[in-house]
Design a protein around this ligand. Structure first.
Ligand SMILES: [Zn+2]
Length: 106
């Protein structure tokens, strides 16, 4: 997996998953807009790693999720799901990891 084409594909997969998570998160926020605690409650996000067949869930609060995605090159993944060829692990939390893409700008 050394050509740029497959690297692009890995990065794109993570962007698609992030977009899915973002719309799910926004729907939850809208639905529970009168509940001030909703953003601090851990919910299941889809793991944003580059494995095309990964269906793991990552539990984190909307607050934590939004903080990670303030940077466009950062993604939330399940523990140990990083792919060093396209990203580096920048945070290793108890329940999830955060990776930063080499080829995306913040
Ligand atoms: Zn994964």
């Amino acid at each position: 997996m050394s050509d740029n084409l497959s690297k692009d594909r890995l990065v794109r997969n993570e962007q698609i998953l992030r977009d899915k998570n973002t719309s799910a998160k926004n729907a939850i926020k809208k639905y529970f807009r009168n509940n001030s605690k909703v953003k601090a409650t851990p919910i299941d996000f889809v793991c944003e790693c580059s494995a095309l067949d990964c269906d793991e869930r990552v539990k984190l609060s909307i607050n934590a999720y939004e903080k990670i995605h303030q940077r466009k090159d950062r993604f939330a993944i399940a523990k140990g799901h990083e792919t060093p060829i396209v990203e580096k692990l920048v945070a290793d939390k108890q329940n999830f990891g955060v990776v930063e893409k080499h080829e995306l700008n913040a």
